[in-house]
Design a protein around this ligand. Structure first.
Ligand SMILES: [Zn+2]
Length: 817
């Protein structure tokens, strides 16, 4: 059937019969009366590409975790498409303030949140109209359309909806079709929010998309979303706070676009709002990221989302239909292209201006540190096409991230230098500056993310240009693994080391590790050092091969030694040297947990550590035999009170007392420990400030933020004699996402806020919140019977980007006994 259709399409243009099919004609139902499955969307885009070969180019730029294709359509007039490479080149010369571009680039991104399912439907009508009734817009515009950024999430929603919908659809909001379950379609396969991932690139969709995005760096980028069913439409201009790098033109042009949308919405009598809620600060969104790359980045929000289905009665008694939702997103999409078409020269001039040398306070950032961590960071920079260089034997003076004071840092050829004097200079500033300047403290998201803290490297922000030398080759030279040594030693201070260990364990290698520092063959080794002995693995076939393969795979050098007799510290046979077993690990999923927090753990195991994990859903958790597992992880979440019945709680405690290791994170800590004297951990309470007066209704939001921390960075003290903190220095910069506070543990406080360290080093914390978190626990361990409880008050796996926290999680798995 399909073959015949394609053959016919090839002939049509020759016969002059080409009549482009609208989405409704192609799909066989009126657009808006059904949700279109992703493969049908792909079919329609392929159909268009075949029917419009001269005006459209369609590429598959990658695949999702569930193997769905990721598509990008490039469309313009026939003439423009013939000159596409030239148009792109002229545009990209703007990064150096050069070129004579005369076309504007508009990029429309749909359905980043899978259950905000109107987007992809609207994209089909939009591209169709750009080929037909609105084709005049294309004369000076290249439009790039990503019909679905998150196909796995979208299909999860659409398949669920089709399964549970009434026939005909039921507009009563109580009906099942308006209530997605816990595993909703919003996020991607690993339950990551792709609209928080543009800067960190932890997910395959983002990584592959950014390669395409960087080829074009559009003048205008729109990220189509949905919000609650009762909300009117939201479009630009965005709300405060704006990051200070957002230029006057970028602010102004948002208004220009907003006014054009308003014209159409007014004509139709549609409601909308602007300048509220959606701010431009956190750099990892689909609006801020393009903005920090010189474009006009915007979020558009339709009322609807996963609750709306094909139609739903709103709180004021109107019926919101999928057709309405399509009409609105379709209107703003076309209106955006129209505004760009009317402002081609302005957009090109301003794009060039944006990339001219800027007078930022800090001209260069200089980094020192663990080579594994520097390598990880430079890998991220490369993905953003940010240039970096190597340092030289010298020193640099400036703002020291670790101390918050002006000081000097010795540099070597291992140092990394990143200058703001480059095409991506603004992005460099946003990602590296020690503290983002807030024009307003009420924001939608975290207020601090500075990469040196996230990656755990020493850094200086320098006010003078510091020229690096050669290009950096950060990868260490790999030495072979000597055969037949008594033992092999591997250091332990990065996720690379954890991955190396995970690979050995997967291959049944028996690994020991040191609880005390030791010296052998004149080389000093820290706590946590892995010791892999020949005799432990004498029955393992291919032991040498497994070891050298793991060394190669993880790019990790081993030190071999022919003796277990140490010069200082404990010998390899000592009881201070433990064996790491191959572990069976389980994580709880479902209602008690947050989908995002569960997803971070799931992704950590499968995509970062590469170690198997069992997912135990709350539905049948009560029936699971926990003795099969060595470790149980309870992710952060708000639903623990109803999940942890007396039976379930006793079951978990009993398992711990018999040797199980429980890792409780965020809200799970309160869930499992509250009013239970079996646990030593106690919440910290503070008295409310009695001078609080009654405020007016209007300022209540401002009052409320006194008690909140919106993602701020604090300097924490580390007890690196605790196995939970092996491989760390004596300080750690933690990202605090809330003011939940617990007192220190008697001797298990591995990471904590010391006296006076309750002031954020970067980001915002309210005055009440600061009092509450003073002298409290961040990560700690507690023995219970023969088992262990590990507490993670802050989240070291947050959005997968806080690289320097991940080793704590690996320690919780492998080092804590
Ligand atoms: Zn959204």
């Amino acid at each position: 059937m399909k073959l015949i259709l394609r053959y016919a399409l090839l002939l049509m243009p020759l016969l002059g019969l080409a009549q482009l099919k609208s989405p409704s004609e192609f799909l066989g139902y009126e657009l808006g009366t059904q949700f279109t499955r992703h493969h049908e969307v792909v079919d329609y885009y392929q159909y268009l590409a075949e029917a419009e070969p001269q005006r459209m180019k369609l590429i598959e730029y990658g695949k999702t975790n569930e193997r769905r294709p990721l598509l990008l359509a490039t469309i313009s007039t026939k003439e423009n498409m013939q000159n596409l490479d030239k148009i792109r080149e002229e545009h990209m010369k703007g990064l150096n303030g050069e070129g004579t571009p005369d076309k504007a680039i508009v990029w429309l991104s749909y359905n980043v949140h899978g259950n905000e399912s109107v987007s992809t439907e609207a994209s089909m009508q939009t591209i169709y109209d750009l080929f037909t009734s609105k084709s005049s817009y294309l004369e000076n515009i290249v439009v790039l359309i990503d019909p679905c950024i998150n196909p796995d999430g979208r299909d999860r929603y659409v398949n669920w909806y089709n399964q549970f919908k009434n026939s005909p659809n039921q507009v009563d909001p109580n009906s099942k079709e308006h209530h997605e379950n816990w595993w909703s379609g919003r996020s991607n396969h690993y339950m990551f929010d792709l609209n928080r991932d543009w800067a960190w690139l932890t997910q395959v969709e983002s990584q592959q998309r950014l390669k395409q995005f960087n080829k074009w760096l559009p003048h205008v980028h729109v990220d189509f979303h949905e919000q609650g069913v009762d909300n009117p439409y939201y479009f630009a201009p965005a709300a405060e706070p704006f990051h200070e790098v957002v230029t006057d033109f970028q602010r102004e042009f948002q208004k220009t676009i907003g006014k054009n949308h308003a014209k159409y919405f007014d004509e139709n009598g549609w409601f909308y709002f602007t300048k509220e809620v959606f701010d431009l600060l956190y750099p990892s969104y689909g609006d801020t990221y393009p903005t920090y790359n010189g474009g006009i980045g915007m979020t558009y929000e339709q009322g609807g989302s996963g609750r709306a289905g094909l139609g739903i009665i709103t709180s004021i008694g109107d019926t919101l239909t999928l057709k309405d939702r399509i009409a609105h997103h379709h209107t703003t999409g076309l209106s955006t292209v129209e505004v760009a078409a009317n402002n081609v020269n302005k957009l090109n001039d301003e794009f060039k201006k944006f990339h001219l040398k800027k007078d930022f306070k800090y001209k260069s950032y200089v980094l020192n540190g663990n080579p594994d961590k520097l390598e990880l960071l430079t890998n991220l920079l490369s993905k953003h096409e940010i240039e970096y260089k190597a340092g030289s034997n010298s020193s640099v003076k400036g703002y020291n991230y670790a101390t918050g004071k002006i000081s000097s840092l010795k540099t070597t050829d291992k140092s990394i230098v990143i200058s703001t004097d480059q095409a991506k200079g603004t992005l460099v500033k946003v990602l590296f500056e020690p503290m983002a300047k807030l024009s307003d403290s009420v924001t939608y998201d975290i207020t601090a993310w500075s990469l040196p803290y996230a990656y755990g490297v020493n850094a200086i922000a320098s006010e003078s240009s510091f020229n690096g030398t050669t290009a950096v080759n950060s990868k260490p030279e790999l030495k072979g693994v000597a055969a037949n040594s008594y033992a092999y030693l591997a250091d332990w201070n990065s996720m690379k080391d954890a991955r190396f260990l995970a690979e050995l364990l997967r291959n049944k290698v028996r690994v020991r590790y040191a609880h005390k520092p030791f010296t052998v063959d004149g080389i000093a080794h820290e706590r946590g050092t892995l010791i892999i002995t020949k005799s432990d693995n004498k029955n393992l076939k291919n032991f040498n091969k497994i070891l050298s393969t793991a060394s190669k795979n993880q790019n990790k050098n081993l030190i071999s030694t022919n003796t277990g007799f140490v010069e200082s510290g404990k010998d390899f046979g000592s009881s201070y040297v433990d064996v790491i077993q191959s572990l069976n690990i389980a994580v709880l999923s479902g209602e008690p947990t947050s989908t995002l927090r569960f997803g971070e753990i799931w992704n950590f195991f499968e995509q970062q550590l590469d170690y198997p994990i069992s997912v135990l859903d709350e539905d049948y958790f009560a029936r699971v035999d926990l003795t099969k597992y060595d470790i149980l992880i309870l992710p952060d979440g708000r639903g623990y009170n109803s999940f942890l019945t007396t039976y379930t709680k006793e079951k978990i405690k009993d398992w711990v007392k018999h040797g199980g290791k429980l890792i409780a994170m965020g809200g799970a800590i309160d869930g499992i420990t509250a009013s239970d004297d079996d646990f030593d951990l106690k919440e910290k309470e503070i008295k409310k400030d009695s001078s609080d007066t009654i405020g007016s209704f209007e300022i209540s939001e401002r009052e409320q933020i006194k008690s909140t921390i919106t993602g701020a960075i604090f300097k924490a003290t580390v007890d690196n004699t605790n196995p939970l903190a092996y491989g760390y220095d004596d300080t750690y910069f933690t990202l605090k996402l809330g003011a939940r506070s617990y007192k220190y543990l008697d001797n298990g406080s591995a990471v904590y806020l010391s006296e006076g360290d309750n002031e954020p080093i970067s980001g915002f914390a309210g005055s009440e919140a600061k009092k509450k978190i003073a002298e409290t626990l961040i990560f700690g361990t507690e023995e219970m019977g023969r088992g262990q409880v590990i507490y993670m008050v802050d989240n070291p796996l947050f959005r997968g980007f806080w690289e320097n926290g991940k080793l704590f999680f690996a320690n919780a798995l492998f080092m804590v006994k």
